[in-house]
Ligand binder design. Sequence first.
Ligand code: MG
Length: 340
Amino acid sequence: MKVTLVSKTLELKHAWTLARGSTSSKEYLYFKVEHEDFTGWGEAAHNARYGETPESVRTALEQAKTILETSPEVIHTWQEWLPNLPQDQAAARAAVDIACRDWITQAANDPFFLKATDKELVTSFSVGIDSPNRIRSKVAEANAFQVLKIKLGTKQDQDIISAVRQATDKPLRIDANEGWHDREEALRMIIWLASRGVELIEQPMPAGQLDNIAWLRERSPLPLVADEDVCGVDDIDRLAGIYDGINVKLMKAGGATAAATMLEKAQALDLKIMLGCMIESSIGITAASFLAPQVDWIDLDGNLLISNDPFTGTTCEEGKLLLPTKQLGLGVEERPGALL
Ligand code: MG
């Protein structure tokens, strides 16, 4: 068993601006498992919002490397020891989970998840915060997509939506990224947005304000979806009856296996499900795409926002996800030399 950590800086096509800040590149770690005749790949798309840094990810991945190289047979029981990696390092656990599942499903001659279907998988495409002129050009660039996710949570939210509406009449999903701080103002904005072809509102207020969310939901004409308010499966129970749905991301959940468990839990509690992502390359997006047939809203566009994706896997054509044609494991391929 050989395990390698590979660092790669992903460059964004556009500076990525949310209510909480702006970035133009992401330095991520990849987790490569080589054993017998198979190679498994994982990606840790960490997020500073959840206290993760390249250093904290590396520390957690080094632990997993030691575990696997010391006792290679434990790759078969990875779900048993994965929770022992640091609890606050979900992206690192996701990388290990994806790599182990990739390796095992290739060795067993299986696809990454057995449930994939031929259902049409329409994803939204995200438009970050920008000036009205640049918003209009980004919307034009997103011509192929059937639905857009618009980032709000600023003082210019109405200007942003007006710019979007000058360019398109497509359905919109709104992500406020915790950016609205007064519930009365948030409600007025939601009512205004409802009259402008918006389908849902994601994380309108800062995480932890469930009383305010319950108040908003009683009055909101649009469904409210938790993102920063939900990371892992243990967060879901308290959101039932408060939010209409949750945004499940592999990098918050700690992997594809954990995300699949979250889908089951949310379905049991009658919560709607968005399947989302961080800015991440085709490893994370491909791993998530196998779960996409099970969800209400797909938001898997992270790989489309970067200009130097080191991998190919699930692709997106006319706003629809196409899973890898390779039938074994995750089905991703490294672009030659991309990680050198
Ligand atoms: Mg979000």
